[in-house]
Design a protein around this ligand. Structure first.
Ligand code: TRP
Length: 321
């Protein structure tokens, strides 16, 4: 059985963009792969130095994935910070990567281009991510296109390690890009925490509805025929509804007599039908941090059965054993 692995950076309450773009596809993959999904808390530490939000963001993410259907008996769910071998392999990779490769990293390069002085964690971010991946004999990494450079660097450094110290020392990961599902936020730009245009996955029904009603639309009158394609309401509806339902909405808009308010109501109902049933589950999971800790600790024990073997092979190969 092949292994699928992905990291989730805890940066605030997960939103519908995360749900449709990352959580749902990763949970579908977990059906046919051995899956390891982890909370990349030390990646978040490159930018979050607030202990309070760090603590709660990690629980928000864990409870969200569990409420959305992650089965911890089947998927190994853990925190990156619980796996000491990750940091050892990061150092080994740091010594195999050219500094120039890390200098070309998007996040680091952008920060420099904006005249910021990024911390060395931003610089080393891709090495840490490569260690996350390679440590677990992972075959595929389901990620969005924005992570392409990072995965390529992981493949590169894994290949180099094998080349220098023995073929087969580590597994070179493949990449699996998610169909870059465009999930717009209420203002039409990509749904993102930084644009503050997002709707949380487990907002109350009332908040969900008011979030949907805030979506910016055209100003055609009720009777006017409307073009669905390219509008935020319709894009979001496509991401949640079946193709037949989406087609039906496009036809109704085109015909006229069906307003943007109606379309938003239909979008709200589709979101509510999908997320509403898990809302209470989320609240119960999120309220019991000790139970979440137990799930994450159990995941770390199982994850380390793999990581300890890999790091042992690597240590021997490089002459540190
Ligand atoms: N960098 C990823 C992001 O920002 C998170 C991440 C960390 C990750 N380690 C990973 C993703 C390993 C895939 C595999 O979303």
């Amino acid at each position: 059985m092949k292994t699928s692995l992905t990291g989730i950076k805890p940066t605030g309450t997960p939103h519908i963009g995360n749900y449709l773009g990352a959580i749902k596809p990763a949970l579908e993959l977990a059906e046919s792969y051995r899956s390891l999904y982890f909370i990349a808390d030390y990646h978040a530490f490159t930018s979050n130095h607030d202990p309070k939000s760090m603590r709660s963001d990690v629980y928000d993410v864990a409870a969200t994935w569990l409420a959305c259907g992650l089965d911890p008996a089947r998927t190994i769910l853990y925190r990156q910070s619980h796996i000491p071998e990750v940091f050892e392999l990061t150092w080994i990779f740091d010594c195999l990567l050219a500094a120039g490769q890390l200098e070309r990293g998007h996040a680091y390069k952008d920060a420099i281009a904006h005249g910021e002085s990024p911390n060395a964690g931003i610089f080393n971010y891709p090495a840490l991510m490569a260690a996350d991946i390679v440590l677990f004999d992972c075959n595929i990494v389901p990620v969005g296109k924005d992570q392409k450079q990072h995965i390529e660097l992981a493949r590169d450094v894994a290949t180099r390690l094998n080349h220098l110290f023995g073929e087969g020392t580590v597994v070179v990961p493949e990449i699996k890009y998610e169909e870059s599902l465009l999930v717009p936020g209420v203002d039409g730009r990509k749904m993102s925490k930084s644009y503050n245009n997002y709707i949380p996955v487990f907002a109350s029904a009332k908040e969900l509805r008011s979030g949907v009603m805030k979506i910016v639309t055209g100003s055609e009158g009720l009777a006017d025929p409307k073009e669905a394609e390219g509008t935020t309401v319709f894009q979001l509806y496509c991401a949640i509804a079946t193709p037949a339902q989406a087609n039906e909405m496009a036809v109704k808009l085109k015909k006229g007599g069906y307003g943007w308010g109606h379309a938003k109501q239909d979008l709200y109902e589709a979101l509510e039908a999908e997320l509403g049933p898990s809302r209470e589950k989320y609240a119960a999971l999120r309220a019991d941090e000790k139970a979440l800790d137990r799930i994450l600790e159990d995941g770390a024990v199982r994850a380390r059965e793999i990581s300890l073997k890999t790091i042992d092979r690597v240590r021997r190969a490089i002459g540190l054993r």
